[in-house]
Design a protein around this ligand. Structure first.
Ligand code: 5RP
Length: 225
C-alpha cells in the first residue's frame, strides 16, 4: 500500500464525521486534498466549507462546494485537516504547507478537530519535522535570533530560490533541532516572541480525534481533553 493509498483511506473514513446541512472546516495539504475530492461526492449534504488556505478554497470551489470566509461564520462543528507530526495525546506540528495561521484560526472555532494522517506522522515526541513559524517579513532576523536562543536552528523557507510568502503576505522560518518535550509551554513561548504571527505547534488546541492510516486499516485515536 502506498502512502497515497493510506491518505485516501483516512480521507474516506473522515466522511462519517461530516454533519449534514452544516459549514465545515477543511485543511490544507495532500491528505486534505484527498478529503476534498471525497467531499465533492457528497457536496449536496453540506452547506459549505471554510478553507484554511487559498489553495484549499480553489479546490473546494472547483466541484461546486460553497466556500465561506472566516468572518462569515461564528463556529463550525468540525475541522478536518492533516498534520506533519502528531503525538499519542493529540499535539501536532502543522504548517508544512505554509497554511498554519489560517489552520489555527479555523481550529480555534471548531467544536472538533479531526486529524487525518498516515501512520508515518505518529511520533513519540514532536520536533523531528522542522517547526514552521510564520513571521512578519520586517522581523524575520530578530525572530530567528530568539528561536536560536531557545536551541532551534531556524531557516527561512524558500520557494524557487526566493522567500516563500504565505497567503497572509508573511514569511516562514522552519526551525529544526528542537526537542519538544512540553509542546504547550513552547507554543506559548514562541507565540509571545514579537514578530511571530503563528507557531505551527497545535498543542493548546490539539486534535480531538486522529484517523491514522496503516496497511492494516484505519485506526481511530481519541484524545481526552
Ligand atoms: C499545511 C499542513 C498540512 O496539514 C501538513 O503539512 C500535512 O500535509 P500532508 O497531508 O501533505 O502531509 O499543516 O500547512
Amino acid at each position: 500500500m502506498s502512502q497515497d493509498d493510506l491518505k485516501l483511506s483516512v480521507a474516506r473514513a473522515a466522511l462519517k464525521y461530516v454533519p449534514e446541512g452544516k459549514i465545515i472546516g477543511v485543511g490544507t495539504g495532500s491528505t486534505a486534498n484527498f478529503f476534498i475530492d471525497e467531499l465533492a461526492h457528497i457536496k449536496d449534504r453540506i452547506t459549505g466549507a471554510v478553507a484554511s488556505s487559498q489553495a484549499t478554497g480553489k479546490r473546494l470551489a472547483s466541484p461546486g462546494i460553497r466556500v465561506y470566509e472566516l468572518n462569515d461564520v461564528d463556529d463550525i462543528p468540525v475541522y478536518i485537516d492533516g498534520a506533519d507530526e502528531i503525538t499519542g495525546s493529540g499535539a501536532m506540528i502543522k504548517g508544512g504547507g505554509g497554511a498554519l495561521t489560517r489552520e489555527k484560526i479555523v481550529a480555534s472555532i471548531a467544536e472538533r478537530f479531526i486529524c487525518i494522517a498516515d501512520e508515518s506522522k505518529l511520533v513519540d515526541q514532536l520536533g523531528h519535522f522542522p517547526l514552521p513559524v510564520e513571521v512578519l517579513a520586517i522581523a524575520h532576523r530578530p525572530v530567528a535570533k530568539k528561536l536560536a536562543d531557545i536551541g532551534g536552528v531556524p531557516r527561512l523557507r524558500l520557494k524557487d530560490g526566493k522567500p516563500f510568502v504565505t497567503d497572509n503576505g508573511n514569511l516562514i522560518l522552519d526551525v529544526s533541532g528542537l526537542r519538544i518535550a512540553d509542546p504547550i509551554t513552547l507554543e506559548e513561548k514562541i507565540n509571545n516572541v514579537p514578530g511571530v504571527v503563528t507557531v505551527g505547534l497545535f498543542a493548546r488546541r490539539g486534535a480531538d480525534i486522529c484517523l491514522l492510516g496503516s496497511p492494516e486499516g484505519v485506526r481511530t485515536l481519541k484524545f481526552d481533553k
